[in-house]
Design a protein. Sequence first.
Length: 112
Amino acid sequence: MKQNWYGKLLGFCVGLALSRGNPWVALVGLLIGHAVDTDWFRLRRDDPYATLGLDREASDAEIDKAYRRLISQHHPDRYANDPAEARERAEARAREINRAYDRIRALRKRRG
């Protein structure tokens, strides 16, 4: 997985500039930059890659493979003889997987 470092550098520089040389404030800026780089401020439920258990640098083949694996595990037909609530959970998870896969495909189609 690719590691971002821009936020750390920017946070450190801004912290250093605002602190007028105090290294402790620059470290706070570095920590805030790290939080930005690791997406602490983003809502994870909106990330279709996280839904499929992938990172954003995944190839198309990896995306397809993860989709097929997850949809086969959570397909509602596999839960036909199980209690109703297990089927409903499987249907909800399958909808979530399909929505994430469709969103990734649309994003990649628009990008390239």
